[in-house]
Structure formats: structure tokens, C-alpha cells
Design a protein around this ligand. Sequence first.
Ligand code: FAD
Ligand code: FO1
Length: 448
Amino acid sequence: MQERIRLLRNTLPDSGPVVYWMSREQRCRDNAALVHAAALASSLQRSLVVVFCLSPSFLAASWRHYEFMLQGLEETEQELAALGISFQLLPDAAPKTLPPFLSQQKAAFLVCDLDPLRLKRLWLKELLAQTSLSVAEVDGHNIVPLWLASGKREYAAYTLRPKIHRLLPHFLTAPASIAVQGPPLAPRIPWEKWRTIGMQHSGPPPVTWLKPGSNAALRRLDYFLEHTLSGYAWRRNDPNQPGQSQLSPYLHFGQLSPQRVAWEVRRLFPSGSPDSDAFLEELIVRRELADNYCFYTPDYDQTTAFPSWAQATLKEHLSDPRPASYLFAQLETAATADPLWNAAQNELVQTGKMHGYLRMYWAKKILEWSSQPQEALEAAVLLNDRYSLDGRDPNGYAGIAWSIGGVHDRPWPSRPVFGKVRSMTFGGAKKKFDTAKYIAAHAPDNQK
Ligand code: FAD
Ligand code: FO1
């Protein structure tokens, strides 16, 4: 447990409570930071307070995302209250609202979530500058703590995988859960009022096919383990099959612990299987590679972060003619001449989730149609962050950088526009799955 914690500052405790600033891990169960904060509270003989700072505009998040997040937080408040733990919602981003809260509470200690996103690193930096209390940062997201898996940006999955696998037996243990801290409290946050914050946002409405919150997340996990994990290895790349777990929105908002998911998969398949191995490769190695990329590469959403071979090859092919070019509005409204791309974009807009295989094709086409790679990167990030439930996540920035800039990939035989960056074509997709069936199911109504 201790290895999951980084003590950022150690000073004499003031007379008030231990405060857990919940941000990435928005759950009561299986939350290592919460468990650590409770342990500190009991060793210091102080109470424990959990606080969430609600930023009114977070990285192009829209109503769809705030609704999903706030409903999940409402459930988390109920679960914390049942354990006698008070939960406070502060009405603005952390650097503004947390320092006054901490001094008003005379907080003895602050525990916070590790979050590799640039904005979150900035929030933590500003917070440390404006306070003087002890601060501990906990990696409650990665099974092998980010700092221990690697102390530097990794080149690809194959360089990080052995480092992860060596440490996995030590870290893939039953998730630690929080004990009762006191008599049950009555939940007291006026959630209806806070949900108007989300509704003020324009953009896509909330989704209805996926229920937010930790309980729904655990039910979805059970369903996946029961019905979808077997066959995952081959079905996951067929967009016409329900082969993915659909867990990414819950993992993104921290409503579900990746450690819980991996632990349950390992319980079902103690010595592994092609399906469980394929799934854990994605859940552990690919996901932790994305965290590694964002944590050690602050310009993770810029072409400057691409490997030098990719920057050179894309530059060399800048003057190649593009097979088509579109305004951002044409991309956003799925109005290109590519029916497969339009169907994928429409699936994203309508459901808030695009199939993993098509995400690669979708991003690579944006590169092929853009005059500059940076323009393609910005368009892909904006569309992904605006419409995808699991957007604004290290997985997204890493996935887009892989697709457009060869991050975590290798050079391929050169093609127009792509150069040595791996390309994907409609013809190639046709060989992989029944594209006509997917288009019929997901194309915009006016293209059916
Ligand atoms: P499953 O196949 O069931 O995977 C289970 C979990 O494993 C996922 O929830 C995720 O945490 C992890 N995982 C799976 N594939 C990857 C991957 N390639 N990289 C990192 N982790 C992975 N994922 C996001 O969470 N948010 C995003 O915004 C996002 N944007 C992407 C953009 C592009 C261009 C690409 C190529 C990939 C992107 N991904 C993103 C990664 C991946 O496509 C999604 O994690 C996955 O499709 C989520 O659906 P699932 O949970 O049903 O997947
Ligand atoms: N984290 C916060 O601490 N406060 C917020 O108000 C907040 C809003 C938000 C909206 C959409 C979204 O996708 C994420 C949001 N997050 C917020 C961050 C999220 O909890 C994750 O920490 C990161 O996005 C993933 O690293």
C-alpha cells in the first residue's frame, strides 16, 4: 500500500481533519486514496472529510459528461455518508476553492489522487504553492503505481510490459476498502442544483444506454465477466459484435477501480486464458502506457510529442495531395464522402462511445484529410473530448497520438500523406469485418 503513495510535503499537522481531495477516483469502494486518508485520520486521531471541487468547464466537457459524473458523485456521497464520512462539493476548480476550505477547516493533512493530465498537474502545483500543510499523492488508478512501473516515458507497450508484469504479482491484490468511520450521516448536497451546472453546457445530451455510478459499473462488470469476456480476444475487433466491456466511462470517471476489474478477471482465470490475457493487456498494459505517456510528456496533445521519425515523415509528406479535405463542421456532422467514417462519427455523437477498432480508423482518416498533422490532432481531440463519455482521458490523448503521430508504434512502409505512420484504409477494414452491416446500423439517418 505504501508504495502507492508519494509524500509531497510533510509538516506538523494543524488541529483540523484529514481531507481527501477526490478528483480522478470518484468512488467510495476500492479507493486506495480514501483508505490512506482514513488511516491517516485514525493515526492522527482526527475526523476525515472528502471534498470534490466542481470545475464549471473542464476540457470541453459537455452536459453529457457532467450528468454522468454528477449522478455518480451523488451515489458516492450516499455511500460515504452511510460509513459516517462527510462529503463536500466546492463550487469551482480546486486552485480557487480548496486553499480557503483547507485553512477554514484547519486541515491536518491533504490526500489527493494522482492524475497525469496537464491541467490536473497544474491544479496540484498551484495548490501546493498556496498551502503549507502535508500533502500525499496516491495512485489509485494504476495497478502498478505509475512511478514504480517506470521513471520515464516508455517507447512502446513492449518496453513497458515486462516492467509491469514483473511487479504485477506484488500489486494485483484484492482492492483495499474503507471501514465504517462513524455513525451514518444524512446526505446533504442539493444535487438537483448542481446538475444545472452541467445542463448549462451546450453539446450532446446525456446518454441513456449506460447508467452512471459505482453500482451500475459493478453490474456492468459482472455482466462482462459472465457473458462477454469469453471470446473477447477475437470479438473485440469486430464493431458488429458486442465484444468490448463498455467499462471505459466508469473507469474514466473513477466510478470503478481498474484493480477491481483485474482482480475479478484473475479470480475467474487464475492461470490466464487467451481472452483474459488479451483483456488484461488492454486494461493494464495499454491503459498504464497511456498514463505513462501523459505523465512524462506534458505536450501529449501536440505534434511535438510525436517520435522524431514520425515528425520527420509527416513533414516530408506535407505537400502530398489529400484525397479529400473537410471543414470541422463537416467532420462533426458526419458529412464526409466516407460512409464508414460517417457511421463511426455518428455512433460517437449518438451514443457517446465509438468502437475501439473504428477509433483508430476514424483518427487516421482525419490525418489523411487534414493539411497539417497538428490540425488533425486538434480536430480529433476536440471531437473525442466533446462527444465521447470516456474522453478527456490519458487513453484518449495516447490513442489519438498513436493514430496520428506513431506514438508507441513503429515506422511502416511509406504511403502518401501518412509517410511511415501506420495507415488504415476502407479496403483494409472490409477485410476485418462486415463494414456494410456496421454502416447500416450506425450511419446518420439521412445516409441510410
Ligand atoms: P475494452 O476493450 O473492454 O477495454 C477495457 C479497458 O481497457 C478500457 O476501458 C480501457 O481502460 C483499456 N483499454 C482498452 N483499449 C485501450 C487502448 N487502446 N489504450 C488504452 N487503454 C485501453 N480510451 C478511453 O478510455 N478514452 C478515450 O478518450 C479514448 N480515445 C481513443 C482514441 C483513439 C483514436 C484510439 C485509437 C483509442 C482511444 N481509446 C480511448 C482507447 C480504447 O479505444 C478505449 O479505451 C476502449 O475502446 C474503451 O471501450 P471499452 O472499455 O469497452 O474497451
Ligand atoms: N475532475 C475534477 O476534479 N473536477 C471536475 O469538476 C471535473 C469535471 C470533469 C468533467 C468531465 C470529465 O470527463 C472529467 C472531469 N474531471 C473533473 C476529471 C476526471 O475526474 C478525471 O480526473 C480526468 O479527466 C482523467 O484523468
